[in-house]
Design a protein around this ligand. Structure first.
Ligand code: PMP
Length: 428
């Protein structure tokens, strides 16, 4: 079909949204444009991925990505571990496995979750290809086009991408320095109920939030659970950073307050290594069965080699000691970033993360983080504009700065470069 025909076909079916328009412009030469499912028209490259190629040039200090710093991992010992695994159990590790995941790793996941005060049974754990796949599976089994998902403002960009793919209507609820604001959640759920709209779940990252850097306070946790229970709203608790607190032990997970009302997602990506792509979902019984069916339909079974590798790491290494080292390193990097912000950009405000990878910076009035980004990259520093973390048009007055990957020295230099750009823009 000709390009003109494809465009006309699109119009006839009434996809006149701005997102579809952008998609059409970007795929003008795509002869299959009229064949895509409705949901594919809303898919677009995340601002982060679009940035990746420029930001990964060595001369650019990237405060943009969320890559963990895995330099401290004992690579030689891991190589030996992998060789031994293949030698001793190769036929098992390289075979198809269970759709739910190997019992061995599910049992260890149960031990890991004890640190979050979650007492679970291995039968209720589903191993996924990173927690990203778990986000996809949960959304797949709950969300029809137009359904409401309530999510923090701002929210993890990768979750928003999934929600968009399933054509959810995301309604944001504000946070403050103590995390999600219970009164705002109550008001939003009340308003949606009054409008007759069924909320499928609340998506929340209670610990060391990506991108906001804040943590839900302990006294708010039972309040959030109680509000959702009263409104019969399921909670999707996403907790990849929970063990990476700098000062204190993890607070109880939302899951620990209401095992039947919460799906808990975990991951080894930040506490060990993302390359294995091992994450998990802990879900109430009936939901767990649906998740396994959906996962089998999508991928048959998660990588057995990866699962057995992570299991053998947990069995034979001091994995918690390694996490303590990661925490120390990330704390130094956080301190470098906050110190540099104080020194170079004292007029701005930012959150003070007690763990994790990110701080959320508020720009002076009139500055637009998205518009400023090309000038920042020209000045050899990258960040993510706040606009990436909202399903609507908010966020231009914010940026996410990551301190996980560059060294403290590079972080300080990155913030200094950023200050030059901000000052030029704002005439501070
Ligand atoms: N949730 C959050 C909040 C994240 O920050 C990330 C990774 N950036 C994920 C989920 C997905 O992580 P993974 O798939 O590597 O487990």
């Amino acid at each position: 079909m000709s390009t003109a025909g494809a465009q006309q076909g699109r119009g006839e079916r009434g996809r006149g949204t701005a997102a579809a328009g952008t998609q059409a412009a970007g795929t003008r030469l795509d002869p299959w444009l009229d064949a895509y499912a409705e949901r594919a028209h809303g898919m677009r490259s995340s601002e982060i991925r679009a940035l990746f190629s420029v930001a990964s040039r060595p001369e650019v200090v990237s405060l943009a990505g969320g890559m963990p710093n895995i330099d401290g991992l004992p690579m030689d010992a891991l190589a030996e571990m992998s060789a031994k695994l293949l030698r001793d159990r190769g036929a098992e590790a390289l075979q198809y496995g269970s759709g739910q995941g190997e019992t061995e790793i599910r049992e260890q996941v149960v031990e890991v979750m004890r640190y979050d005060h979650v007492h679970a049974h291995a039968d209720d754990v589903v191993i996924t290809t990173g927690s990203q796949q778990a986000l996809d599976l949960v959304t797949e089994i709950f969300v029809d086009p137009g359904d409401v998902i309530v999510a923090e403002a701002p929210s993890y960009v990768g979750a928003l991408g999934v929600f968009r793919a399933y054509q959810a209507d995301v309604v944001h609820v504000p946070m403050d320095e103590h995390g999600l604001v219970p009164a705002e959640l109550e008001a939003t759920l009340g308003r949606l109920a009054a409008e007759g709209r069924r909320v499928k779940f609340l998506y929340t990252v209670p610990n060391f939030h990506n991108p906001a850097g804040v943590t839900l306070s302990e006294d708010r946790r039972p309040q959030v659970v109680d509000i959702c229970r009263r409104h019969h709203v399921l909670i999707l608790e996403d907790n990849p950073y929970g063990l990476l607190g700098f000062d204190a032990d993890p607070m109880p997970a939302l899951k620990s307050y209401d095992p039947d009302g919460v799906i808990y997602l975990g991951s080894f990506s930040k506490t060990f290594a993302p390359g294995y792509r091992v994450g998990w979902a802990l879900a109430p019984h009936a939901i767990r069965e649906k998740l396994v069916l959906a996962s089998e339909a999508a991928i048959l079974s998660p990588s057995r080699l990866s699962q057995l590798s992570v299991a053998s790491y947990l069995q034979t290494f001091d994995w918690y000691g390694q996490i303590k080292e990661f925490r120390q390193e990330y704390r130094e990097r956080r301190d470098a970033m906050l110190g540099a912000l104080h020194e170079h950009l004292p007029e701005l405000s930012w959150t003070v993360p007690a763990g994790g990878f990110y701080t959320w910076v508020t720009l002076p009035e009139g500055l637009d983080a998205k518009a400023m980004l090309p000038r920042a990259v020209t000045n050899l520093v990258a960040y993510v504009s706040g606009t990436a973390f909202y399903a609507d048009d908010q966020g231009a007055d914010h940026m996410r700065l990551s301190f996980c990957y560059p060294t403290p020295e590079r972080i300080r230099e990155g913030v200094r470069r950023l200050s030059v750009v901000v000052r030029a823009e704002a005439e501070l």
